[in-house]
Write a protein that binds this ligand. Structure first.
Ligand SMILES: *[C@@H]1O[C@H](CO)[C@@H](O)[C@H](O)[C@H]1NC(C)=O
Ligand SMILES: *[C@@H]1O[C@H](CO)[C@@H](O)[C@H](O)[C@H]1NC(C)=O
Ligand SMILES: *[C@@H]1O[C@H](CO)[C@@H](O)[C@H](O)[C@H]1NC(C)=O
Ligand SMILES: *[C@@H]1O[C@H](CO)[C@@H](O)[C@H](O)[C@H]1NC(C)=O
Ligand SMILES: *[C@@H]1O[C@H](CO)[C@@H](O)[C@H](O)[C@H]1NC(C)=O
Ligand SMILES: *[C@@H]1O[C@H](CO)[C@@H](O)[C@H](O)[C@H]1NC(C)=O
Ligand SMILES: *[C@@H]1O[C@H](CO)[C@@H](O)[C@H](O)[C@H]1NC(C)=O
Ligand SMILES: *[C@@H]1O[C@H](CO)[C@@H](O)[C@H](O)[C@H]1NC(C)=O
Ligand SMILES: *[C@@H]1O[C@H](CO)[C@@H](O)[C@H](O)[C@H]1NC(C)=O
Length: 580
């Protein structure tokens, strides 16, 4: 038996038995937005970063579905959708609403959980310093416990609750969500390799976090929420789902072939990336050479090396060489070609930093990928910043390390107000924050045809929500109906959460927004140029990836625009579902 195993066993004997970490009493609540205009007077940890971290987690609490516990901190949210799963004879209540609407979608949820657990493994001390680890635990369990229910046996995974086509027609509060809400599954004969492997990856990443398995040479160890029995439960689901993904009777296929209704919102472009990252996270969870070798085989078989695009809910390949580097630097029982993975990782990151990636810089300095950034422009940039920051300690030279961190910080600064709009793109953290997020629940409205005017003032502050982001010209229009710019999403918050944890432990300098003048954000004249508003705009340019996707006809939805001219090709596979 390994010495470490004995130590863990002994620790389990002496530590008191708790369930999840107990939440602070009184609870930690988001401060008023005006407090984000007050520079902190030094001190470590920096109070503003700690507070931003808390807000970013609080957003997830506002997205909760199901029976809310007495510890609920969001006064305007109610228990909702308690009958989810009844149509299938299972309890699928709980979990998180995906975005500004009320569907529950397993594929982006899994990516979000994987991302947060991976980030809390690398930057865990940030959560501890901010006194937010109990909320992290609470947030993760609300998602993971639902994902466990969505996986009732080895070969079944529920991938969607609520038909997006029905849900898209509803704009209102959490008490009148249209019912019945259908549940959609994959199974042995109708599989979905990507979504099964994606859920396996989430379970494995979170199992590692709850196992307190940190990586060597990184910024810090995991946040202190270790729980070996929970880690075991998560690992069991990870292994089972990975086997289902690899060996389903019905073969390997993208999941919208089995569940076509998901195609227009969260159709997947491929499954090789999910297989690779799931196998790799499992190799780290189990110290297994076999899983490592499977991950490497998926990488080769599915040509993942040929991708230099974004890292997001649909596209995980760019994270794989980074994770290989971390695993090989940390495990003494797994061997592989560390220097090769490092060079692949650096090839990808160097292109971003050296402006040689398909991404380009906007005038104000946002990393922008034509196509992928056309809605939710902040997400590709923040995911890149997260990968650069995570990888920096492993960089082969100090110059690279410095360049990666500097570029990453520029994207964080942009997001938090270093842009010509003087807008920090997180709700409720500063007087210049967006005040009209595309969130049906927060808006207080109940009429899909008058989203912007009814009510005029958004009813509830959706503290901590990262919104989609400005357009390609750095213009931001704080308009509720303009979902490409103002919608919120589970996956939008995830990278900034990791970056806020990093900043909480690494810097005493405030987030950019404390230096902004109140009232400096002024809504630009005219309209945005995006999928909702298009008058006077040049015709859309699609990225190569988007053209390929169109060519293979995955998802093209014609959008009729606000009673005006033109209709726009909407590539559902690459972005959020809302068509208001
Ligand atoms: C670990 O988590 C499990 C499952 O939530 C819980 O029942 C148990 O009490 C926790 N144990 C410790 C030591 O915190
Ligand atoms: C926030 O603002 C409200 C209204 O301006 C005020 O009543 C409340 O005391 C403030 N809370 C904090 C924590 O500053
Ligand atoms: C965290 O809690 C400790 C102990 O209560 C307190 O001293 C510290 O100021 C808190 N830190 C933050 C950032 O709130
Ligand atoms: C929650 O219920 C209260 C009381 O009925 C209502 O005022 C509030 O708008 C509801 N919240 C949402 C998000 O619908
Ligand atoms: C398997 O999944 C497909 C696609 O969701 C569904 O139509 C079918 O009813 C499921 N089979 C069983 C036995 O539930
Ligand atoms: C898939 O099935 C093969 C053949 O039964 C088996 O050897 C392999 O271990 C399975 N893979 C997984 C990941 O379960
Ligand atoms: C990672 O760190 C641990 C603890 O210091 C050490 O035992 C292990 O050998 C390291 N792994 C590698 C591959 O160097
Ligand atoms: C590792 O990869 C590098 C770069 O591809 C290659 O030159 C080297 O021979 C490989 N080493 C081993 C041990 O396979
Ligand atoms: C803000 O961004 C610009 C680039 O657009 C950069 O030159 C400037 O240094 C940034 N300011 C700060 C304080 O980081």
């Amino acid at each position: 038996m390994h010495v470490s195993v004995i130590v863990v066993l002994l620790l389990n004997l002496v530590l008191p038995c708790l369930s999840q970490l107990s939440l602070p009493n009184p609870p930690s609540l988001p401060p008023n937005a005006s407090s984000g205009a007050v520079p902190s007077l030094g001190g470590y940890p920096n109070r503003q970063w700690a507070s931003l971290l808390g807000n970013l987690l609080y957003f997830y609490e506002a997205q909760r579905s199901g029976n809310l516990p007495t510890s609920n901190r969001v006064p305007w949210r109610n228990s909702s959708a308690l009958d989810d799963g009844k149509d299938a004879g299972v309890d699928l209540s709980g979990g998180y609403y995906d975005a500004g609407d009320y569907i529950k979608a397993t594929f982006p949820l899994s990516f979000t959980l994987m991302s947060i657990c991976w980030g809390a493994t690398d930057f865990g001390r940030g959560y501890d310093l901010a006194n937010q680890t109990a909320y992290l635990d609470d947030m993760l369990r609300w998602g993971l416990d639902w994902l466990i229910k969505a996986h009732p046996n080895d070969d079944t995974l529920y991938v969607l609750v609520g038909d997006p086509d029905v849900d898209n027609d509803y704009w209102g509060g959490d008490q009148n969500i249209p019912t019945p809400r259908a549940s959609f599954q994959i199974n042995a004969t109708k599989p979905g390799t990507d979504v099964a492997a994606g859920a396996a990856a989430a379970f494995a990443a979170c199992s590692n976090l709850y196992r307190n398995k940190g990586f060597n040479n990184t910024f810090s160890g995991p946040a202190t929420l270790a729980n070996a029995s929970y880690a075991d439960v998560l690992l069991t689901h990870a292994k089972s789902l990975y086997s289902f993904a690899v060996n389903a009777t019905g073969g390997r296929k993208i999941y919208q072939k089995s569940v076509p209704v998901i195609a227009s919102s969260y159709g997947s472009s491929d499954y090789g990336d999910e297989l690779a990252i799931a196998a790799l996270l499992l190799s780290w969870a189990t110290d297994s050479q076999d899983f490592h070798d499977q991950a490497a085989a998926h990488w080769t078989k599915y040509n993942l090396n040929e991708q230099d695009g974004v890292f997001n809910w649909d596209s995980k390949a760019p994270g794989v060489p980074i994770l290989f580097t971390q695993v090989l630097q940390s495990s003494s029982s797994i061997s592989g070609n560390l220097s090769e993975w490092q060079s692949i990782a650096e090839g990808y990151l160097d292109k971003i930093v050296g402006r040689r990636s398909p991404g380009r810089m906007t005038k104000d300095g946002l990393l922008y990928y034509n196509g992928d950034s056309d809605d939710a422009s902040l997400n590709p940039a923040l995911n890149a910043a997260m990968l650069l920051t995570r990888y920096a300690p492993y960089a082969s030279s100090n110059d690279k390390r410095v360049a990666y961190l500097k570029f990453a910080q520029s994207q964080v600064d942009y997001t938090l107000g270093n842009n010509s709009m003087s807008a920090p793109y997180v709700v409720g953290v500063n007087p210049n924050s967006p005040s009209n997020p595309h969130s049906a629940a927060a808006s207080g409205g109940n009429d899909a045809s008058t989203i912007d005017t009814n009510p005029v003032n958004t009813a509830y502050v959706l503290y901590g929500a990262v919104i989609g982001g400005p357009d390609a010209n750095d213009k931001f229009f704080d308009i509720r109906s303009d979902w490409p710019q103002t919608e919120v999403g589970l996956d939008y918050n995830a990278p900034l959460l990791a970056l806020a944890a990093y900043n909480t432990m690494q810097t005493t300098v405030d987030p950019f927004y404390t230096s902004l003048k109140a009232g400096a954000y002024v809504k630009p004249a005219g309209f945005p140029c995006d999928a909702v508003f298009s008058q006077g705009c040049p015709s859309p340019k699609l990225s190569p990836g988007a053209r390929v996707a169109m060519a293979i006809g995955i998802t093209i939805v014609g959008l009729i625009l606000i009673g005006l001219v033109a209709y726009w090709y909407y590539l559902g596979q690459k972005h959020k579902r809302n068509t208001f």
